[in-house]
Design a protein around this ligand. Structure first.
Ligand code: CA
Length: 401
């Protein structure tokens, strides 16, 4: 139990402890924090005192989480143990309570500088839905899909923190009569994903085996891969996604450390055919996260992350098997998370079946794709220890124009 009032039983209890970066009106310098209940614990101030191990203190004097992420798993475990001790042992309350800043008094910032951004396509249900829509007369999955985690490199510089307004992109698309038009996207969509954050980099030429996943990956965030379907459909062949994706990708403010999700480990789907050796996992597992996609406050889908065909460990192995190096701050998205049921689909492309079947909202309005002023918020829950539930930091954005 934490001595922090209101922390027990909520999404940010003592077993979660995600990291973020905040400032306040009184002190506008961004600085690292750990979330407990409805408070941000100021890690810069904590690190200015004697509580944390001396060798880790300088990392929290930085403007974001990068130095701490680069410090590696031993540092991550040590700090988590120390923070757990500080926040559970009552006799620290008097000394450290003043480092807790109420969450409604903070401005949150992007938690780390994104180095490279890679996005995968690893939900069998999502890829099958898209295949059925785009290629109705052939096999929904392309021949490579069960052989490797399909992915592409995205645009790191347009990864923005939750709450950043999303401008509707302009671009070329093919109109209903086949004419090529230019203008604002008419098919602005979301993709509900989970983003994995690399802490420890590698040297050029070094491949990372799946079983070294936790040596390199610091944690995860919820991610919305905003997508302009009409731009995407016209531009994507033969080189893949480009301007239909690069205008914005939103991530949550709070990075959940992998260790917080150890109780949420569960079996990942069996793979057939068996993957190549470099993708084979000695300990294959999924994280049992249930995502929630809300449009203007109404939940429209609950995608199940545990059903992803390719795991984040396999994705990491695949993106490094050619010797491409990792850097601190690399971010890779899972791909749209969709389950077998319509209520579990993580994009409006699927929920409206390519715009043909509008979804109805409680106010009587209908949606196929996003309209001006629409707000999409993606949250997620995961089982914690002792029957508790962890709630990940949400990622939200409002469409302007
Ligand atoms: Ca995506």
């Amino acid at each position: 139990m934490s001595w922090v009032e209101g922390a027990a039983g909520g999404p940010f209890g003592i077993h979660h402890l995600p990291y973020g970066v905040f400032s306040t009106a009184a002190d506008p310098h961004p600085r690292p924090a750990v979330r407990i209940g409805d408070f941000a614990l100021d890690l810069r101030e904590l690190a200015a005192g004697p509580f944390l191990l001396p060798w880790i203190r300088p990392a929290f004097g930085a403007l974001d989480l990068g130095e701490f992420m680069a410090a590696g798993p031993a540092a991550w475990r040590a700090v988590r143990l120390q923070l757990t001790e500080l926040l559970t042992d009552d006799h620290y309350a008097a000394e450290y309570e003043h480092l807790l800043v109420p969450i409604d008094e903070v401005t949150m910032h992007r938690p780390f500088a994104v180095a490279d951004f890679v996005d995968f396509y690893s939900s069998e249900h999502h890829a099958t839905n898209l295949g059925r829509m785009l290629r109705p007369d052939s096999e929904p999955l392309l021949p490579n899909w069960k052989r490797l985690p399909v992915g592409y490199h995205g645009r790191a510089g347009t990864v923005v923190p939750s709450g950043t307004p999303i401008h509707r992109p302009d671009g070329q698309s093919k109109g209903p009569d086949g004419a090529i038009e230019f203008g604002p996207s008419r098919r602005l969509d979301i993709e509900a994903e989970v983003g994995f954050v690399v802490g420890v980099g590698t040297e050029l030429g070094e491949a990372v085996a799946p079983d070294r996943f936790t040596d390199h990956v610091f944690g995860l965030v919820l991610l919305n891969d905003w997508s302009a379907r009409d731009l995407q459909a016209w531009e994507y062949q033969p080189l893949g996604p480009f301007l239909g994706k690069s205008f914005a990708t939103s991530i949550g403010h709070w990075v959940t450390p992998l260790e917080a999700l150890d109780p949420a480990r569960t079996d990942a789907p069996a793979q057939d055919p068996a993957p190549h050796d470099y993708l084979a996992e000695a300990d294959r597992f999924a994280y049992d996260l249930t995502l929630s996609v809300a449009l203007n406050g109404t939940e429209v889908a609950r995608p199940p992350f545990a059903q992803m065909y390719w795991t984040p460990a396999q994705q990491l192995a695949h993106m490094t098997v050619n010797g491409a190096s990792l850097r601190t701050g690399d971010l890779y998205g899972s791909g749209t998370v969709s389950g077998p049921e319509k209520s579990q689909w993580g994009s409006f492309q699927e929920l409206s079946w390519g715009g043909k079947e509008p979804i109805r909202l409680p106010d009587g309005s209908e949606r196929t794709f996003l309209e001006a002023g629409d707000t999409v918020a993606i949250g997620a829950t995961a089982p914690g220890p002792d029957g508790e539930t962890i709630g990940l930091g949400e990622v939200a954005g409002t469409v302007t124009g």
